[in-house]
Design a binder for this molecule. Structure first.
Ligand SMILES: Cc1ncc(COP(=O)(O)O)c(C=O)c1O
Length: 423
């Protein structure tokens, strides 16, 4: 696509955007002067759908009038409430219904999945992860290694980019898997790296891992609702994600988890258990012998956080209407336009470290600020841009297809350009 660098052209793209009406379905935060912010931070916290309040109010009303009976008699009975979300979520991650469960929070689910899929032995005890993985993932894998009596020095392999490069080449990942695979118990990588915005080739990595007998899981915090995913077809063993970023479920929203069909019925996979994972027919007989539900639901521990699920449900209904393919299509155009405008700036003070190959990224571009000059970020913030700064030197910006416009992207780059004049 041949883009143009002017406000009229951005407006033209907005006029032709098939998703343009969705912006009005979200609350856009405002600046002190009453004008809308340029919100490019949906990769950190997605915006609130205008419909969310109604979904939560329904549950508050049912609780008000029914009390405990709401578990069975609410408009959407609370007992099976999570089931409302399963198919909608499964469509977003490319999974079967029995492979997906909405529960807990992201890091909790990562630990639960490692209980089941990180089973180190003297010969095969290593975990392969990106060197710049999100800290919570680093803490989680390191604590699992130590929990099993191994040392992080011997058992953690970190993927790092080549010298002078910012992202990790797939060929280098495959090389490490082929070389070290016999000693790797688990490959656990962010499907899309939070810092660089690099999307990994999950299919190729999973195949390479399986050829060497490794289990393969992904943290999809930055991939879900952003990329088109095919977890079932890619044969991924497990995946975990949060829903408060691209899926707009609100701060601390309930998380998601995928366990491949090949594993959900297995009696040999150990797991931590709780009553909500127990066979639904006999759960309330209060027997002390655990019988797992033969699906991803069998990994549930506790009864469901209904208010948080109601918020998620409001956003998933928007995804149902739009479809993840259209979202990805617009993401590519919107991010492509952002990249084009950033390249036009031609400044020595910034560069983009996210891959320019559209297959290797989603909605986020990571702008590296030379000399780690955070004053640039502070200036754009003062001018109404909401993005984020990630130490040591990156401004992350993510135009979100559901509520960001081409004009947002154009205005952002204008603000960035003005702010680049360092005094
Ligand atoms: C890649 C990644 N992993 C883990 C986390 C931690 O998530 P939570 O606090 O929901 O466990 C985040 C949060 O932003 C994240 O981006």
């Amino acid at each position: 696509m041949e883009y143009q660098n002017n406000a009229n052209y951005a407006q033209l793209l907005d006029n032709e955007d098939p998703l343009r009406s969705y912006r009005s379905k979200f609350f856009i935060p405002k600046q002190e002067n009453g004008k809308e912010c340029i919100y490019l931070c949906g990769n950190s916290l997605g915006l609130q759908p205008r419909s969310t309040r109604k979904y939560i109010e329904q549950e508050l009303k049912d609780w008000e009038y029914l009390g405990v009976e709401g578990h069975f008699d609410a408009k959407n009975p609370w007992m099976p409430y999570h089931e409302i979300l399963t198919d909608k979520m499964a469509r977003i991650v490319g999974a079967q219904s029995d492979e997906v469960i909405v529960m807990n929070s992201l890091t909790v689910n990562l630990h639960l999945m490692m209980v089941s899929f990180y089973r180190p032995t003297a010969k095969r005890h290593k975990i392969l992860i990106e060197g710049n993985a999100f800290p919570s993932d680093q803490y989680a894998v390191k604590s699992q290694i130590e929990f099993h009596g191994y040392s992080v020095t011997d058992s953690l392999i970190e993927l790092i980019p080549r010298k002078e490069e910012s992202t990790i080449r797939t060929e280098d990942i495959i090389k490490i898997i082929e070389k070290e695979g016999d000693s790797i118990a688990l490959i656990m990588i962010g499907g899309l790296n939070y810092y660089t915005g690099q999307a990994f080739d999950m299919k190729t990595i999973t195949e390479a891992g399986h050829r060497k007998g490794c289990k393969v899981g992904f943290d999809l915090a930055h991939a879900v609702g952003n990329l088109s995913l095919h977890l079932h077809d890619w044969n991924v063993d497990f995946a975990v994600w949060c829903t408060y970023k691209y899926l707009n479920s609100g701060p601390g929203g309930v998380a998601g988890c995928f366990i491949h069909e090949d594993h959900v019925k297995s009696k040999d996979i150990p797991r931590f258990t709780g009553w909500w994972g127990h066979d639904k027919e006999t759960r309330f007989l209060m027997d002390d012998q655990f019988i797992p539900i033969p699906s991803a639901e069998g990994w549930q521990l506790s009864n469901a956080p209904i208010l948080s699920m109601a918020a998620l449900n409001s956003s998933l209904d928007i995804f149902e209407e739009v479809g993840i393919q259209s979202i990805q299509r617009k993401a590519r155009n919107l991010t492509g336009y952002l990249e084009y405008l950033l390249f036009k700036i031609k400044s020595d003070s910034i560069d983009v470290i996210t891959p320019n190959n559209k297959n290797e990224r989603g909605s986020q571009l990571s702008i590296r600020v030379i000399n780690s000059n955070k004053s640039l970020f502070d200036k754009i913030t003062k001018k109404g841009v909401i993005a984020d700064w990630r130490e040591p030197n990156v401004i992350r910006v993510a135009p979100i297809p559901l509520y960001n416009s081409y004009s947002d992207v154009y205005k952002f780059v204008e603000v960035l350009k003005e702010s680049l004049i360092f005094k």
